[in-house]
Design a protein around this ligand. Structure first.
Ligand SMILES: Cc1cc2nc3c(=O)[nH]c(=O)nc-3n(C[C@H](O)[C@H](O)[C@H](O)COP(=O)(O)O)c2cc1C
Length: 158
């Protein structure tokens, strides 16, 4: 019998992750973003990463429409940004500093780094869709990460 979904969420919460905001846009040009930790590197040659997006997310249609996304890796002082982008609806970018990347998707200010991607493959993943992105550009800065562990925000202990 498959595991109960709440139990799976609890168990998966024991895998500590960083926190990202994935940004993209609608065909109409409207900007979208969602907090996500289902993000991982896939390949170095070619340079590939993947994200998993809930089919029920408001931003879900954007990925098909724009064919691009940016991964914004949040810094330890950006919990407020994570909370803001984890709630559907409204203009999440109001009052948030950002610029548009070469691919047209937003790059948030004050992050640990960002990765600009072009969608190259899409896979079914149950109630999520897996988007594999080819990395076009990426940058980092020296700062501490925001972490997520057992349902709560954490910081590095060192
Ligand atoms: C720490 C954290 C990690 C999350 N990871 C993901 C994820 O990997 N994929 C996803 O689709 N939603 C994830 N979510 C939930 C979305 O952020 C949330 O559903 C958001 O409201 C979606 O925004 P939208 O409906 O405006 O697109 C996560 C939320 C939190 C707080």
């Amino acid at each position: 019998m498959p595991i109960d979904k709440n139990e799976l969420r609890r168990v998966m919460g024991h895998f500590a992750t960083g926190v990202t905001v994935i940004t993209t846009f609608r065909k109409s040009g409207e900007l979208h973003g969602l907090t996500a930790n289902a993000f991982t590197s896939v390949s170095l040659t070619p340079p590939l990463v993947l994200i998993c997006v809930d089919k029920k997310a408001e931003s879900y249609p954007c990925f098909e429409e724009s064919g691009v996304f940016n991964v914004n890796i949040l810094a330890s002082d950006q919990e407020d940004i994570s909370r803001r982008f984890a709630v559907s609806g409204g203009n999440k970018f109001e009052g948030v500093s950002y610029r548009l990347g070469a691919n047209g998707a937003p790059i948030l200010a004050g992050t640990l780094g960002y990765i600009e991607c072009k969608v190259v493959s899409t896979y079914e993943g149950g109630d999520h869709t897996i988007y594999v992105g080819e990395v076009q550009e990426a940058e980092t800065r020296d700062a501490k990460p925001l972490l997520f562990f057992r349902g709560g925000y954490r910081m590095l202990g060192d």
